[in-house]
Every structure is written in C-alpha cells, then in structure tokens.
Design a protein around this ligand. Structure first.
Ligand code: ADP
Ligand code: MG
Length: 140
C-alpha cells in the first residue's frame, strides 16, 4: 500500500460543537498525519464548486447551505492508503448506518450534518487538495 494524501473537511456541525480536536485525535490515533490544515468559512459559490459533482442531487441546495453555515476546517491527511483509511475512520454517510467507533457514528447529527468529508479516490483527493491548498502549504 502506498503513502497517499486525502482531503478532509471538518464540517460546520462539528466546528460548532467544538469537536475539531477530538476528530483530529481520531485521525492521528489511526496513523494519519495532518500535513496541512486551515479553518475558513466557505462562500456559497465555493461550496457549490466543491460539491459540483452533486449538483443534480435533490440534497444539493441544502448541502451547500449547510456547508457555508459556519466555519469548516480543511485538511490534507497523509499515510498508508490514506484515502480508504480515512473513509473507514469516518464511517458511512448516514450515521444510522455507520459502524461503531467511527466519527460519523459518534458525532454526526444527520445524514447531511455528518461532521466530516473525505475524498473517495486518490484522483479526487488530488483535485480536492488542490482546491484548498497550494503546494507550499502542505508540509509532509
Ligand atoms: P460522502 O460524504 O460519504 O462521500 P456523498 O459524497 O454521497 O457522501 O454526499 C456528500 C454529502 O452530501 C454527504 O457527506 C452529506 O453531507 C450530504 N448527503 C448525502 N446524501 C444525502 C441525503 N440523502 N440527504 C441529505 N444530505 C446528503
Ligand atoms: Mg463523497
């Protein structure tokens, strides 16, 4: 398994409840290194651009409203098989279906306000990391 990087977002429901440190501890405890991180508030246009792949889904409008409703913490995580490992640590999209011990099982409020985003493939990870970070901001 290769060393990979993946894009993670701690979503507004989690920053509002002051869960950034607890979520970061899950990543670090499972061997992912936070090699870039910043807190920002997405504009509506930025949220729409980031989630453009979902623009025809019924939840798109509400998802973009939610994602720009408060601060997010965007991060690049690095480690062995980081893309799949992060998806495991996150758990299923719907917290009701997420495995015990996952971030979404333990922290998510709903299928929409589900605390974290993680890239779903190495290809998308590269695109999503470049959306938020320049090369200079990533320090492995
Ligand atoms: P994931 O974040 O697990 O990769 P998706 O890429 O399918 O899930 O969806 C992106 C985000 O859209 C989810 O994390 C969640 O915030 C929201 N979402 C997905 N499905 C629904 C739904 N049925 N209703 C409301 N929001 C949803
Ligand atoms: Mg996804």
């Amino acid at each position: 398994m290769a060393i990979e990087r993946t894009l993670s977002i701690i979503k507004p429901d989690a920053t509002r409840r002051n869960l950034t440190g607890q979520i970061n501890a899950r990543f670090e405890g499972k061997g992912l290194r936070i090699v870039a991180q910043k807190r920002l508030r997405l504009s509506r246009a930025q949220a729409e651009a980031f989630y453009a792949v979902h623009k025809d889904r019924p939840f798109f409008r509400s998802l973009c409203d939610f994602m720009c409703s408060g601060p997010v913490v965007v991060q690049a995580l690095e480690g062995e098989g980081a893309v799949a490992k992060n998806r495991e640590i996150m758990g299923a999209t719907d917290p009701a279906k997420a495995a015990p011990g996952t971030i979404r099982k333990d922290f998510a409020e709903s299928i929409e306000a589900n605390s974290v985003h993680g890239s779903d493939s190495p290809e998308n990870a590269a695109i999503e990391i470049a959306f938020f970070f320049s090369g200079l901001e990533i320090v492995g």
